[in-house]
Design a binder for this molecule. Structure first.
Ligand SMILES: Cc1cc2nc3c(=O)[nH]c(=O)nc-3n(C[C@H](O)[C@H](O)[C@H](O)COP(=O)(O)OP(=O)(O)OC[C@H]3O[C@@H](n4cnc5c(N)ncnc54)[C@H](O)[C@@H]3O)c2cc1C
Length: 321
């Protein structure tokens, strides 16, 4: 069967990189994402105090292929350097996924509940919401580009892939986004305390192209450690907020003024500590694939690079079928 129509579930970096490769080869691709915008964990949260990059906010390119791609994105004005090895979005981190989604058919706020077979060995998608026309759409192949824990139920139709992904665990992260009327006395704009609940505190408003908001002197994003986040996974958000602001105050060694804005966000599936070594999963007989940061383990390769490489690897496997 010629693969000419593909559904991609998940419009994070992996789903976008896979979809772009397929579309460039003439395949008709449709992406579905339950979020309000593309980007998944490379997302930006708007607030009255300005925007916060509260997920992956910058990333390294370790391999030559990804480094070359990052250089092109930088040339296009979407990315800027934050140090010798890391890049961030210009204006906000989600500039990159938004740019990559341009020209693709992306259906937002659609949560896919199941992949179902048709009588002629193709696939249909069923969503939790009523989506006009979706019941009539038939796909030759389906790509599942979501975190491992969310992929397993969708991959029920491809048991070997579901079994491959099932052991992978994503570590959680509790994150606080907070703004103060004046700059804080921090010795650096990126602090990584050696002990306590915080893994990292990062100043957000001084990064390239970030907006200025009247009455806001600084914006910080605080990420808790995976262990602390796991222990406090179901704690109330206001309690988490207080604990992480106290930890930040201890890190700075000052008593913090009241923030003008502060919210806590829980990433249930933030980062994969032990990804699979294969670049992606592809069941050529069923024409179901899986990609994302669950895949493509390599020395020091971080999640964003794995997601991009994995999406491309899966597109290559689909096109070779
Ligand atoms: C706090 C934090 C800090 C991080 N720091 C770094 C870092 O420093 N460096 C780095 O490289 N990486 C970092 N990462 C990880 C990086 O963001 C991810 O590895 C990468 O973005 C994963 O991309 P992905 O496309 O595989 O998955 P995602 O970005 O998770 O995309 C999956 C998409 O699928 C959608 N989805 C899920 N289920 C469904 C469904 N049933 N129906 C429809 N849509 C669905 C989701 O809405 C999401 O948009 C960080 C992540 C977090 C949360």
């Amino acid at each position: 069967m010629t693969i000419s129509r593909v559904a991609v579930i998940g419009a994070g970096l992996a789903g976008l990189s896979c979809a772009r490769e397929l579309a460039a080869a003439g395949v008709k691709v449709q992406l579905f994402d339950k979020g309000r915008g593309p980007g998944g964990r490379l997302s930006t949260r708007r607030s009255p105090a300005g925007s916060f990059d509260h997920g992956g906010a910058d990333f390294a390119a370790r391999g030559g292929g990804f480094a070359q791609q990052v250089a092109q994105w930088t040339e296009a004005g979407w990315l800027a350097r934050v140090d010798d090895v890391r890049h961030t979005g210009v204006g906000s981190m989600n500039v990159l996924p938004r740019a990559l989604a341009q020209g693709l058919a992306v259906h937002l706020e659609v949560e896919i509940a199941a992949i179902e077979p048709t009588t002629d060995a193709r696939w249909r998608l069923r969503a939790h919401q009523a989506v006009p026309g979706l019941a009539e759409e038939v796909f030759d192949a389906v790509v599942v580009a979501v975190p491992a824990e969310q992929a397993v139920p969708l991959l029920g139709v491809a048991p070997a892939l579901a079994e491959a992904v099932r052991p992978v665990r994503s570590e959680p992260t509790w994150t606080v986004m907070a703004a103060w009327p004046l700059a804080l006395p921090a010795r650096s704009e990126r602090l990584q305390p050696a002990a306590g609940p915080l893994r990292e505190a990062r100043r957000d408003d001084t990064r390239p192209g970030r907006e200025r908001v009247a009455g806001v002197g600084c914006r910080w994003v605080l990420h808790a450690t995976p262990d602390w986040s796991a222990h406090n996974l179901d704690a109330p958000a206001d309690q988490v907020l207080r604990r992480l602001l106290d930890a930040f105050s201890d890190t700075l060694g000052v008593r913090l003024a009241r923030p003008v804005h502060a919210v806590a966000h829980r990433w249930r599936y933030a980062q994969v500590s032990a990804p699979l070594s294969e670049p992606c999963g592809w069941d050529a007989a069923l024409r179901i694939g899986a990609c994302g940061d669950t895949w493509h383990a390599g020395e020091n390769i971080e999640g964003v690079e794995r997601a991009w490489l994995s999406g491309r690897a899966l597109a290559g496997a689909i096109l070779a079928t």
